[in-house]
Ligand binder design. Structure first.
Ligand SMILES: Nc1ncnc2c1ncn2[C@@H]1O[C@H](COP(=O)(O)OP(=O)(O)OP(=O)(O)O)[C@@H](O)[C@H]1O
Length: 225
């Protein structure tokens, strides 16, 4: 799926990430943790070909990112759904159209009407909010909408960057449950988070590996979280 081999990355100064190797197996569930500024967001961006490693190799679905054109990377990226820390929406479009944007952009606008999106919107608990405008949404609604948008193309992998960053505990549990359900459907899930309580809570629901980035390296975290 996604494979990193002795990868390093620098934004131009010193190395931020170094000697990183990891294989994300199909259907696996990973948490990614580490101090603020350690490089979690950068790591996720490398995992979906948004950044190119300074050295070492990143393979997306068996293809070395360096051998791919931007268009080829964009095509492979359709198999990867991303949820960002600050979910961006087009404020003038109703929610269902925002969620359908990946379909519109990829030329499948015939599937983007409200009726087709109903099931997905109900699944994330936004069935009654289809026509709301993004500025009218709560933090938790925005995060669930971002998750719906991330999975609308039925990706194999979901990379979520602090998906529970701006919501209360109950909502973070709800988001976690949605991500666990997606994993049970066979999706590979990676969640970057500072929230160790969330990771502990997940342990009863899913077999997750916990990775930690610190001092430029990626390590498997201990069981003492
Ligand atoms: N586009 C960029 N250009 C230069 N430096 C950057 C850029 N993006 C991030 N950085 C720097 O790289 C380091 C890692 O940032 P990153 O966002 O990956 O960390 P993080 O672990 O996700 O942090 P947080 O937990 O606070 O979200 C930080 O020092 C940040 O300032």
């Amino acid at each position: 799926m996604i494979e990193l081999e002795n990868m390093a990355y620098s934004y131009g100064g010193g190395e931020l990430l170094s000697g990183i190797s990891l294989k994300l197996a199909p259907g696996s569930f990973h948490f990614l943790t580490g101090p603020s500024g350690a490089g979690k967001t950068t790591f996720l961006r490398l995992c979906y070909g948004d950044l190119t490693a300074t050295s070492g190799t990143v393979r997306l679905f068996g293809r070395d990112v360096r051998d791919l054109t931007r268009d080829q990377i964009a095509l492979l990226r359709r198999k990867i759904g991303t949820v960002h820390q600050d979910c961006q929406f087009l404020d003038h479009l109703p929610l269902y159209e925002n969620i359908a944007l990946p379909l519109t952009v990829s030329g499948h606008s015939e599937w983007t009407d409200e009726a087709n999106l109903k099931e997905l919107m109900q699944w994330v608990g936004l069935g009654s909010r289809a026509r709301a405008l993004p500025p009218e949404l709560s933090g938790g609604e925005r995060q669930r909408a971002a998750l719906a948008r991330a999975i609308i193309m039925s990706p194999d992998v979901i990379l979520a960057d602090e998906p529970t960053g701006n919501v209360d505990w109950e909502m973070s549990q709800r988001l976690l449950t949605l991500l666990v359900e997606l994993n049970r459907l066979g999706k590979t899930v990676v969640i970057a988070t500072h929230d160790l309580a969330l990771i502990r809570a997940a342990k009863s629901q899913v077999q997750a590996r916990v990775l930690r980035i610190a001092n430029r390296k990626l390590q498997l975290a201990g069981a003492d979280l």
